[in-house]
Write a protein that binds this ligand. Sequence first.
Ligand code: NDP
Length: 327
Amino acid sequence: MEYTNLGKSGLQISRLSLGSWLTFGKQIEDKTAESLMDMAYDHGVNFFDNAEIYARGESERVMGKILKKKNWSRDSYLVSSKVFFGAGGQLPTQKGLNRKHIVEACHQALERFQLDYLDLFLCHRPDKKTPIEETVWSMHQLIMQGKILYWGTSEWSAQEIMEAHMFAKQNHLIGPVVEQPEYNMFARQKVEVEFSQLYETVGLGTTIWSPLASGVLSTKYLDKFPVGTRLGMDGLEWLKEKNLTPEKLDKVRLLNEIARELNISLAQLGIIWCLKNEHVSTVILGASSTKQLEENLKVIDLTHLLTDMFSVKIEQILDNKPLLPAF
Ligand code: NDP
């Protein structure tokens, strides 16, 4: 495994990490979740991603039970939670980035995980109803109390991230160190263009999500629609609509030819492509089986295969390179 600083912070994060969205506490059995964490940890993965909303708190409970059972040294791994959507409660006080919900969400996540502190606590979306100052203060206070170690954002705009930084700097508070954006061959704008200044100016780190566009960047959707996969799950029609378009599948077919030339799977190519971006601190892997995770973890030794020549070929197929604004 390779490790890198999470943005400008001193925190060392593995370049591959493991997430639990839609799998832990939902699509997969707890014993599969345990095998996934075992496999990841044995391969040097040190970051496990979670959120209050995942399976309405159940994902954190499952992960917490596994961590307790494994009894891995607490200084050998990082755990995150994310706040904003709530853990299923519909009352106005049970969501958002106001001080009340941030503090309560942190306490509740710690309880579900059975942990004393979170390594990363992320604001899962921006909250238009709460002044950014209140959010920054709340996160700073949780750090001062030792309940979280670092904080960050997810799917915030560059402007919102900058505002948080400016306020933190002016008031000698601890600002966010990380953003969690979607990043894959089909979703490039934020990581490649919108945040391009922030890597330098504020030392932004990124923990990127959906490297395989929810599995579309594999060969599974090329022929007959497979059973038992994420995009066939009830309630996820919106995700299928977003990711499984004829245009994308045409590109997936061509990308698969490149993967074949390189003698790797398309999923591996998709992950290597993300890893090659130096602004990606860690690629959060999702997997519904140990077979998938095993395949995906292998990429750490295969990144050299994606040479400039192949990157150019991929760029031609994708034909979606976002352009930096001309100054
Ligand atoms: P991916 O885009 O990699 O999708 C993972 C899914 O793709 C798996 O569950 C599996 O689904 C399929 N898959 C994985 N590997 C393979 C393979 N080798 N061959 C074939 N199919 C494969 O990542 P996720 O969307 O899961 O995102 C990763 C993590 O990022 C999440 O777990 C979560 O922690 C985080 N996240 C954060 C978000 C945010 O807003 N901050 C939003 C979304 C995710 P199946 O077997 O069912 O087809």
